[in-house]
Design a binder for this molecule. Structure first.
Ligand code: DC
Length: 227
């Protein structure tokens, strides 16, 4: 069977990683969450005091960007974990503070160039499902299957709100929605590799699909490319 590269791009909280993980399991492919890589850079910058709510010390981050070693390992429950310089940081990178920082460091050209370089190395052998914002446009413009996943801001904010409530938090829905809109705006309007649909990407709006419908749709598209 032919090995391919699958690129899944789209807004935050629209279910990209669920979709990508499911397809990787089905295909026996490697799964790479590139958002986790930007989050790891954000965590590194925050921990070193190079990023506050109002400021990023770009020169410091630039000097140290090559020191970051980001890898993925599967834990005993089969869940993928993000490692940064030998430490499992999966929990730390999922906070709102780190997510907001990731959205900011991802606007920096030198950060993107370094992460894109690492992502391209990961995909050299193909057999990979990668999700992010620029996978089909910048990282692998030659990917055989490109998906552009969308869902309305309200649907995505509700999903994030439900996740936070399930974790025992007490979020305010209008704040969650405002945060979704703010990150969408930054993702689409940054000058470096903004989020946009590649010309040859297939758009799937999952506001209206169940998880099973979405999974089946993706498997069909994948089979058509590989069988
Ligand atoms: O998908 P996520 O929420 O984990 O992504 C975190 C941030 O990183 C998000 O603000 C967008 C950015 N990102 C990016 O610019 N390019 C990617 N390929 C992946 C994520």
């Amino acid at each position: 069977m032919k090995k391919i590269i699958v690129a899944i791009d789209g807004f935050s909280s629209c279910g990209k990683s669920t979709m990508a993980k499911e397809l990787a399991r089905y295909a026996g492919y490697i799964y790479v969450d590139t958002g986790a890589m930007y989050r790891a850079v954000s965590l590194y910058a925050i921990r070193n005091g190079w990023m506050t709510e109002t400021d990023i010390k770009e020169e410091e981050l630039y000097k140290h960007i090559n020191e970051l070693k980001i890898t993925f390992k599967t834990d005993e429950h089969g869940e993928q974990q993000t490692w940064l310089n030998g430490e499992n940081v999966e929990k730390e990178i999922r906070t709102l503070e780190v997510a907001n920082g990731a959205s900011r460091v991802s606007t920096l050209g030198f950060v993107r160039r370094e992460l894109v370089r690492q992502q391209q190395l990961m995909g050299q052998e193909k057999g990979i499902v990668m999700d992010g914002r620029d996978i089909g446009t910048v990282v692998f413009p030659e990917a055989e299957l490109k998906i552009y996943l969308t869902a309305s801001p309200e649907v995505r904010a509700q999903r994030r709100y439900d996740e936070m409530v399930a974790k025992g938090e007490h979020p305010d829905y209008s704040e969650v929605l405002a945060n979704v809109r703010e990150r969408d705006h930054r993702d689409q309007n940054r000058s470096e590799s903004p989020l946009k649909k590649a010309d040859d990407a297939i758009e799937i709006d999952n506001s209206v699909l169940t998880r099973t419908q979405q999974r089946d749709e993706l498997r069909k598209l994948f089979d058509a490319k590989t069988l």
